[in-house]
Design a protein around this ligand. Sequence first.
Ligand SMILES: O=C(CO)[C@H](O)[C@H](O)COP(=O)(O)O
Length: 258
Amino acid sequence: MTLTISKVPLSAIEEAKKLAAWTAVDKHVLPEHKVIGIGSGSTVPYVVERIVAQGPEVNKDRVFIPTGFQSKELIVDAHLSLGDVEQYPIIDVTIDGADEVDTELNCIKGGGACHLREKVLAEAADTWIIVADYRKNSQVLGTTYTQGVPVEVAPFAYAKVLQNLHHIGSPNAKLRLAKMKAGPVVSDNGNFVIDAPFDAEKMKDPYPLLAQIKMLTGVVEVGLFCHMAKAAYFGNQDGSVTVKWHDGKVDQIAGPQS
Ligand SMILES: O=C(CO)[C@H](O)[C@H](O)COP(=O)(O)O
């Protein structure tokens, strides 16, 4: 994988991702931050791009902690110093993408099957920031990301967890299958992923649902991130950025020019 982001004009959605990522880096990745968590997904390359643009002087004393294979490659390709959460269990700031974010900054994550490490890095961070395009900005989780809550499971337990998810209100929960390989998606941790859709009533208040799923034996981690983010940055089609804060405040700001 290469960090190079093509010079051809970006689509509106790519522009929105870039706006969110660049703005969040400008506001939250400060010169005094030395340990920085890098999330996963298609918005995160713009995070790394903006951090690199802060220059070698500030980056030479920093260490970057990845949430999975993809972000590890991004860090290495950008010639930034790679670390691990085992060495650095306290992180200054982690910036990550999300599949959907509600009004209280609860998120669905795990569309890329990285949510176990993503949650560890979110918890390890003094500040956890979400970056996304406008499509991810929702009132209630499950409105636009309808594939379901990603649930990472120990492979041998998947059939039992699937049955239990059917019983607790997700009759359409399914094992996630790979696109270019016969069989299941295998996470960076060697586990399987189940996608479990729940109705809006359950998704309106995701914390009890998170606790209920997490209690199922065989579940490793649940892609519901509740009450964790300090702020979520959404790039909009008109070049502005919507910032939703943990205290409910919402700002509409202009994106960076360059
Ligand atoms: O949770 C994730 C991976 O497990 C990603 O952060 C999420 O899928 C968002 O990705 P993108 O920036 O491509 O929309």
